[in-house]
Design a protein around this ligand. Structure first.
Ligand SMILES: C[S@@+](CC[C@H](N)C(=O)[O-])C[C@H]1O[C@@H](n2cnc3c(N)ncnc32)[C@H](O)[C@@H]1O
Length: 240
């Protein structure tokens, strides 16, 4: 099912989700504005301070990777979608990208988005890759971020099993997941047995210590009048 992320519709949806402002995404003053800027808020769960290397797995069109570059000398963003990585790279080049929004029925509108100013874009690189089979020579990282990824993987345990060799001892891992396990992405035999948080603690035991748990809402615009409001479970871990 990961091919859905190759479509123009999803590229537009994620460009708006990552780079659009309140008026462009929501347009309703009484709407849930606290659910905007999700890729900025998940990165905000790392500790303060400058680090050397960071990794953003399932980075989509790249906003959280850019946010990580504010406090990291080097950031690698990886996503399975070629279309998402191409859009992320255009943003790095200072591009202004158009995204199509569905208003209602056959009525569409265009919005232009660009990356936030004041970032050192040279710190960030993107590549296509599979979270369940990351290349062996990626090296190690001070920070690893994976937002809304694990419940979109066919075999999430393969990604979790790679994490101890990716995060430096003392380094941090931030995982966000809305726990929306669906057969179309992950066969039921690969779902957690119980609650996702308990399953993560079991899978990461011995390599990571859970240091913080939080809830972060996010908003995806479907039409001018219909939105997906979802709450992601955010966990922060230290590599032991
Ligand atoms: C629900 S989106 C979340 C994107 C982004 N992290 C965010 O929070 O907006 C899931 C992302 O995971 C990517 N993805 C799906 N399967 C993947 C895989 N096997 N390896 C790497 N990325 C994958 C998709 O292309 C998509 O960008």
């Amino acid at each position: 099912m990961s091919e859905v992320y190759e479509s123009d519709r999803y590229v537009s949806e994620y460009l708006l989700f990552h780079y659009g402002n309140a008026a462009e995404i929501l347009g309703w003053e009484n709407g849930p504005v606290e659910a905007l800027d999700f890729p900025v808020r998940t990165v905000g769960h790392f500790s303060e301070g400058q680090v050397e290397r960071s990794l953003d797995v399932g980075c989509a069109v790249g906003r959280s990777s850019l946010e990580m570059s504010r406090a990291s000398d080097e950031v690698v963003g990886i996503d399975f979608s070629q279309a998402f990585i191409e859009a992320a790279e255009k943003m790095l080049d200072g591009g202004v990208l158009s995204c199509e929004r569905l208003e209602e029925a056959k009525v569409k509108s265009m919005v232009e988005v660009s990356a936030p100013r004041g970032l050192e874009m040279g710190r960030v690189s993107y590549e296509v890759g599979d979270a369940m089979n990351l290349r062996d020579d990626l090296g190690t990282f001070d920070r690893v971020h994976a937002a809304n990824l694990i419940c979109r993987l066919p075999e999430p345990r393969k990604f979790l099993a790679r994490l101890p060799s990716l995060v430096k001892v003392g380094g941090e891992l931030v995982l966000a997941t809305p726990c929306t396990w669906l057969e179309e992405f992950t066969r039921e035999e690969h779902w957690p047995e119980g609650r996702t948080r308990d399953w993560l603690e079991k899978e990461l035991a011995g390599s990571f210590k859970l240091v913080d748990v939080a809830d972060e809402p996010f908003l995806i615009r479907e039409t001018a009048r219909k939105f997906q409001w979802t709450v992601s479970l955010v966990t922060r871990w230290t590599r032991i």
